[in-house]
Ligand binder design. Structure first.
Ligand code: ME8
Length: 516
């Protein structure tokens, strides 16, 4: 048997200056869905998440909390781990940038860049935003009343003048532009790729990559007065986890370059411009794709601590259910676009797509098997045209869903699956198996068997989105654990007739508000 293909996917590493909210949960969820999908589709997957613990912003937050930076990081990083468990993410590694393995990787990358002549010492005089941990040119700033200057993101900026190492970013314009066209699509959605290209075409200035005014970070090798710019440090995490600097290790050989760096649109430039340039500078292949998704608002408002409308994923899941929230986040908004987090929209998805469409179909058909077929999966008779039509739509589902997943179009993948669910409901209603009990029990058996086969395949293919609920659906059919991979989808595999079943329990309850 040939070795499995590798797939490496990463989330941003989250700053520990803030507790996790729905935005963080969303990005990691998208990666989890991709990772689970690829594993079921036969890939050897590495899925990485973690926390970004260095830099001035974290140092300031720790001081404000009256803690040492490390105590503060330990505490908040733990909250991100808890979120990961709570959301049922299947990450293979959780990296913290305060780990020794990461310091080693950062310093090795730095030395390589220096050795290759891409880093030089000079003086930085310009604007810096601690909140964004980013340098801004004068021409990028917004003037507000009272003559205060703000970053384009609205964050405050301060004037910084200090000795600094620089990375020769300006030398990488052509290489980056070639890279964007080398593999398609290196940056998704397409509009984001255009944004990145025009930024690079506008000309790149060398980038200040060290600071001397604070201490909380990785020291520059050979000059520990300087701390590495937090973004060089942060971005390197993706290689640390793959085993860098040991580029001969089997992990690095297998998983680098990463397949997808999943990020929010706020940090696109760091991932699609600076990071590939650093890697090119070190003679290392850049990741194959950066996907920059959109922004969630809360009932139409920007989510922010100061507005007090931050959505707590722990709370939302307690209210609506884990798989329900996972489904909603992946289904509601075309991945890449901004979306509005609206409770009525979640309730509609739960009651319509999950409880009515999929839940009822499973509950009605499997209850009928339990009651009318002595709890044993019936043996189908000859198929009619109607049976063949629904089965052929079902059997053709995986390649279509895979095409959508290949470009992270989660909502389209789910739409495609639910089209079959909807057709299956039409089939069930039309065939009226309840009326066949007396008139044609064999035909009833065929319709119930066909519907159960639909539930089997829909259960298997929705595992990445709703791992627990999809497993419960397949459990009802007594499908063994070894037969739940995507290689068991399609016409070559069918439910075993004669299997003894138990009384089915509903998997997708309706959402009923407490005061109803
Ligand atoms: O930027 N909607 O960390 P961060 C959707 N440490 N996604 C959101 C969101 C929202 N309203 N708010 C946050 C950093 N996100 C750096 C990354 S990577 C080498 C270093 C998500 O804690 C989204 O993925 O500020 C965004 O890019 C990320 O959280 C920012 O997390």
């Amino acid at each position: 048997m040939s070795a499995k293909d590798a797939f490496y996917i990463t989330t941003p590493i989250y700053y520990v200056n803030d507790v996790p909210h729905i935005g963080h949960a969303y990005t990691t969820l998208a990666c989890d869905v991709m990772a689970r999908f690829k594993r079921l589709d036969g890939y050897d997957v590495m899925f990485l998440t973690g926390t970004d613990e260095h830099g001035q912003k974290v140092e300031k937050s720790a001081a404000a909390a009256g803690k040492t930076p490390l105590e503060f990081c330990d505490q908040v990083s733990q909250r991100f781990r808890e979120l990961a468990d709570f959301m049922n993410y299947s990450h293979d590694d959780f990296i913290r940038t305060t780990e020794e393995r990461h310091k080693i990787a950062c310093q090795a990358l730095w030395k390589k860049l220096e050795e290759n002549g891409h880093i030089y010492l000079d003086k930085y005089a310009g604007w810096y935003s601690v909140r964004d941990e980013a340098f801004y040119g004068e021409n990028e700033l917004i003037e507000v009343e009272g003559s205060e200057k703000l970053a384009p993101t609205g964050a405050p900026v301060e004037w910084v003048e200090e000795e600094s190492y620089f990375f020769r970013l300006s030398a990488f314009e052509d290489k980056l532009l070639d890279f964007y066209e080398s593999l398609d699509p290196t940056v998704l959605p397409k509009s984001r790729k255009n944004e990145v290209k025009s930024f690079v075409e506008g000309g790149l200035r060398d980038l200040s990559v060290s600071r001397t005014s604070f201490k909380w970070g990785v020291p520059v090798p050979g000059n520990d007065k300087h701390i590495m710019y937090v973004w060089i440090d942060a971005l390197t995490n993706y290689m640390t986890a793959a085993g860098y600097p040991d580029m001969e290790s089997s992990t690095f050989q297998k998983f680098w370059p990463a397949d997808i760096h999943m990020v929010g649109k706020d940090i696109l430039r760091f991932h699609a411009v600076y990071w590939p340039a650093f890697l090119m500078g070190a003679g290392i292949e850049p990741a194959k794709r950066v996907f920059a998704h959109g922004w969630w608002t809360n009932e139409g408002q920007k989510i922010s601590k100061s507005l007090g409308n931050v959505i707590d994923p722990f709370q939302i899941v307690d209210e609506f259910g884990l798989d329900q929230v996972r489904y909603f986040l992946m289904r509601e908004v075309p991945f890449g676009n901004d979306g509005d987090f609206n409770k009525q929209a979640i309730i509609n998805r739960i009651n319509s797509d999950l409880a009515n469409d999929l839940g009822n179909l499973a509950q009605r058909s499997l209850s009928m098997i339990f009651k009318n077929c002595d709890g044993v999966m019936p043996t189908p008779g000859d198929n009619t045209e109607a049976d063949n039509a629904i089965l052929s739509a079902l059997d053709g589902l995986l390649p279509k869903v895979r095409d959508h997943m290949d470009v992270q179009a989660f909502n389209k993948a789910l739409e495609t699956i639910w089209k079959v669910v909807s057709d299956a409901n039409g089939y069930f209603a039309c065939e009226e198996p309840w009326a066949l009990k007396k008139t044609d029990p064999e035909r009833m058996g065929t319709v119930l068997y066909t519907t159960a086969e639909i539930i089997r395949q829909i259960g298997i293919i929705t595992q990445p989105i709703m791992p627990d609920s999809a497993s419960k659906l397949i459990d009802l059919l007594k499908v063994p654990a070894s037969e739940r991979g995507f290689d068991k989808l399609g016409a070559d595999h069918r439910l075993a007739s004669g299997t003894k079943m138990e009384k089915p329990e509903g998997v997708f309850p309706r959402y009923v508000a407490e005061n109803e």
